[in-house]
Design a protein around this ligand. Structure first.
Ligand SMILES: Cc1ncc(COP(=O)(O)O)c(C=O)c1O
Length: 381
C-alpha cells in the first residue's frame, strides 16, 4: 500500500529532536524555526513533558468521557490561571479543526442561528464547518458548500458594520484569527476586534477567537486577541497546546451554558493528552516562555527589518512573517539546503517563523547571519 499523496514534502526524514533542533536519519542537524507548523511550543522532547507523559503512560493512557478524569479539571484550572480566563469552561478535543467545528456548532446551539461571518484569507481547518469558513476554494468539497458563510474583507470595520446592519439578527457567530497564519501573518487590528465585540454584543452573535496558531503564548500574550483588550466568547486552541501531542480545545464564556450530549468526542481529553497539555503550561510558567517570545520576537523583527530584500516584516512575539522579493524567492529553500534551517511559508512569497517559544538568542542570531549570507549569495549570482 502507498501513502495517499496529499502533501508536497521535503525529502528529509527527521528521527531525533531536542529543544529548537532536529536531526535527520543521516545525523545532519537542523535549526527548527518552523516548529512543525507552530506546534512545538516549549521545545522538542522537553524533559518535563517527556517525564509527565511517561509517568502517565505507566498509569493509564485512555479512558472515555463516561468517567471522571481529574486531569481534565487540573488542566482547566491551570489553563484558566495561565490564560487569565478563570471563569471560562473547557471542552477538550483533538485538533484545531475540531476545536473550531465545536465552537461554530456551539454558537449555533446557543443562539439558534445559522449564519457565520468569516474573513478573507482565513484558515480554520479541514472538517466540514471549519473548511466552509476557510477562504480557499481548493479545500472546499462540493459537500462542504453552504450559503451560511459570509466572507468579509479582513480589518474592514465598515463592511462588518454594514453586514450586521443588513442581517445582524441572523448572524450566529464571527470567527477570526487574532493573527492570520496560513493567510500570511496578518494582524487583526485592535479596533477591528473591538468592533467585532461590540457588534456581537449588540446583535447577540458569538465572537469566536481562533487561537489555534496565534494562541498559547506564541504572540507574547496568551491569546493574541488579548492585545485588543476585549474578551471573545469562545477561544479555540490546539497546536502548541500539547507540544506535539495531539490535543485541542475550546474555552467558553460563562454565559454559554452546557447541555448534556450537545458536544462529545471519544478521544478528546484523554489522560495522556491532559498530561502533555499540563506539562506544556507548567513549563511555560516555569521558564517564562511568553516573556521570552516577546524578547526574541522583538530582536528578530528589528534585525530582519534591516535586511535589504526583505519587506513588510510583521507579527507579534514568535509569530513572524516577512515578504521576499522575486530576486531572492529561493530564500526559504536555500536556508534549508545550505544552512540547515527550517522555516515556514505562506504562498506566494511570505516566510513564516514559528519556532519554539524557548528560542535562544544565539539561535536567533545564527538565523539572522544565515539569512544575510544566503541573500548575499543570491544577489551575487
Ligand atoms: C488558525 C488555524 N485554525 C485551525 C487550524 C486547523 O488545525 P488542525 O490542523 O489541528 O486541524 C489551523 C492549522 O494550521 C490554523 O492555523
Amino acid at each position: 500500500m502507498n501513502l495517499f499523496d496529499v502533501y508536497p514534502i521535503n525529502n528529509i526524514a527527521i528521527t531525533k529532536a531536542k529543544g529548537t533542533y532536529v536531526w535527520d536519519d543521516k545525523g545532519e542537524q537542523y535549526l527548527d524555526l518552523y516548529g512543525g507548523h507552530a506546534v512545538i511550543s516549549i521545545g522538542h522532547t522537553h524533559p518535563h513533558w517527556v517525564k509527565r507523559i511517561e509517568e502517565q503512560l505507566n498509569k493509564i493512557a485512555f479512558y472515555s468521557n463516561s468517567i471522571k478524569i481529574p486531569l481534565q479539571q487540573e488542566l482547566a484550572t491551570k489553563l484558566g490561571k495561565v490564560s487569565g480566563k478563570e471563569d471560562y469552561q473547557l471542552f477538550l478535543c483533538n485538533s484545531g479543526a475540531e476545536a473550531n467545528e465545536n465552537a461554530l456548532k456551539l454558537a449555533s446551539f446557543h443562539n439558534g442561528r445559522k449564519k457565520i461571518i468569516a474573513f478573507n484569507k482565513a484558515f480554520h481547518g479541514r472538517t466540514s464547518l471549519a473548511v466552509s469558513v476557510t477562504d480557499n476554494k481548493n479545500y472546499i468539497a462540493p459537500v462542504n458548500e453552504t450559503d451560511n458563510v459570509i466572507f468579509l474583507p479582513f480589518n474592514d470595520e465598515a463592511a462588518l458594520e454594514a453586514c450586521f446592519k443588513k442581517q445582524g439578527d441572523e448572524i450566529s457567530s464571527v470567527i477570526i484569527e487574532g493573527i492570520q497564519g496560513v493567510g500570511g501573518i496578518n494582524i487583526a487590528e485592535n479596533s477591528f476586534l473591538k468592533k467585532i465585540r461590540s457588534l456581537c454584543n449588540e446583535y447577540g452573535a458569538v465572537y469566536i477567537a481562533d487561537s489555534v496558531q496565534c494562541g498559547y503564548g506564541r504572540s507574547g500574550k496568551f491569546f493574541s486577541h488579548d492585545f485588543a483588550g476585549v474578551n471573545a466568547d469562545i477561544y479555540s486552541m490546539a497546536k502548541g497546546m500539547g507540544n506535539g501531542f495531539p490535543i485541542g480545545g475550546i474555552i467558553i464564556a460563562p454565559q454559554i451554558k452546557p447541555k448534556h450530549f450537545q458536544l462529545g468526542t471519544t478521544f478528546g481529553g484523554n489522560h495522556l493528552a491532559c498530561a502533555a497539555a499540563l506539562a506544556v503550561l507548567e513549563v511555560m510558567e516555569e521558564e517564562k516562555l511568553m516573556g521570552n517570545a516577546v524578547m526574541m520576537g522583538k530582536y528578530l523583527r528589528e534585525e530582519l527589518e534591516q535586511i535589504e530584500g526583505l519587506q513588510n516584516v510583521r507579527g507579534r512575539g514568535l509569530m513572524i512573517g516577512f515578504d521576499v522579493s522575486d530576486e531572492i524567492k529561493d530564500l526559504k529553500k536555500n536556508l534549508l539546503l545550505n544552512q540547515k534551517i527550517f522555516t515556514g511559508e505562506a504562498k506566494p512569497n511570505v516566510i513564516r517563523l514559528l519556532p519554539s517559544l524557548g528560542l535562544k538568542k544565539r539561535d536567533a542570531e545564527h538565523f539572522i547571519e544565515a539569512v544575510k549570507e544566503e541573500i548575499g549569495l543570491m544577489q551575487k549570482a
